[in-house]
Design a binder for this molecule. Structure first.
Ligand code: GZL
Length: 311
């Protein structure tokens, strides 16, 4: 019995002993809130101690949080980087302290050796799927598009724009006539959509491409207040697959969304535990899957199921 305990305890203790610092961007969108919920659940299930820091979407707060985690001597750091640049210095400090950093849902323009792995979707592909959906929906008809971009300088805003533009490049009937950041929030999505509607001749906007559902939901409000029918007068394609996007599609007020899983922490913590256990180095990119949802799907059933997941 004693021999058995001698073997089991160190393994159990190892999992239970781990302390992981998590620098989260904020709670700017329903998807972000779900990612936080799932990450806390994943840590709890694994017996990890998670130190959580909300940066209210400010990079300086994330850098401060990372320095705090380093000073505390955490075993590892999870970082959802609000923007892509400005991380080299603090990531070097983590490396010098031999604390592995794993990126969640966004990437950074820093040398790959400064982080263990990045767990993200293929953000360019998401933009391309959105663009291809509109190419198919318009089938050659002229369509003037407005675009609500995500947070300026963030990898999803850069890559989702790039993918969408690549997908429509060979279709001159599709043209982006206005493009501005709504910072991934409902409130800003509404404000910027109002400005688009005021700036453009009535009835001249054919479609909205929003880099996330929260901005699309805000824009839907603005479109209704302008006396137009979202999903019909203005087609709407977006990304995340939050419950309210499925509800809007079920009501005919939105046309398509590309699902982003909120569970980035599962693959991240699997890779971390393997690395800490026996030095197994994960690939620098662990890709999560994306899936297109349209009116053809049972959006009410998906809404009911997803709204229990902490969005
Ligand atoms: C994308 C992620 C984005 C979500 C938004 O990977 O970083 O951030 O699409 C969130 O909802 O604000």
């Amino acid at each position: 019995l004693l021999a058995g305990a001698a073997v089991l305890l160190p393994v159990l203790a190892q999992a239970g002993d781990l302390t992981v610092g998590f620098s989260q961007i904020g709670s700017e969108s329903g998807w972000r809130a779900a990612e936080t919920t799932v990450t806390k659940q994943q840590a709890k299930e694994r017996g990890l101690t998670l130190k959580f820091a909300d940066a209210q979407q400010k990079q300086e707060n994330q850098i401060k949080a990372l320095r705090g985690f380093i000073a505390q001597g955490v075993d590892a750091i999870l970082l959802a980087p609000v923007v892509a640049t400005g991380w080299d210095q603090v990531l070097e400090e983590a490396r010098d302290a031999e604390i592995p950093v794993i990126l969640l849902d966004r990437t950074v323009d820093a040398p790959q050796e400064l982080y263990l792995t990045a767990v993200t979707s293929d953000l360019v592909h998401e933009g391309a799927v959105a663009g291809q959906w509109l190419v198919d929906a318009e089938a050659g008809e002229d369509c003037r598009i407005v675009e609500l971009q995500g947070t300026t300088g963030s990898s999803p805003a850069l890559d989702r724009k790039k993918g969408f533009e690549q997908a429509i490049a060979d279709h001159p009937n599709l043209k982006i006539v206005r493009s501005q950041t709504g910072d991934f929030t409902r409130s800003q999505g509404k404000v910027v959509m109002e400005s688009f509607l005021k700036a453009e001749a009535p009835g001249s906007i054919c479609a909205l491409y929003a880099h996330n559902d929260d901005m699309a939901v805000g824009a839907i409000q603005a479109i209704k207040e302008a006396g137009l029918q979202p999903g019909k007068d203005i087609k709407i394609v977006s990304i995340d697959g939050v419950p309210d996007a499925h509800l809007a599609i079920a009501h005919g007020e939105m046309n398509a969304t590309i699902e982003l899983t909120p569970n980035m922490a599962g693959p991240a913590l699997d890779a971390l535990e393997a690395y800490l256990k026996d030095g197994t180095a994960p690939p620098k990119w662990i890709q999560t899957e994306s899936r297109l949802f349209t009116a053809k799907d049972d959006n009410m059933a998906i809404y009911e199921e997803k709204k229990t997941l902490g969005y």
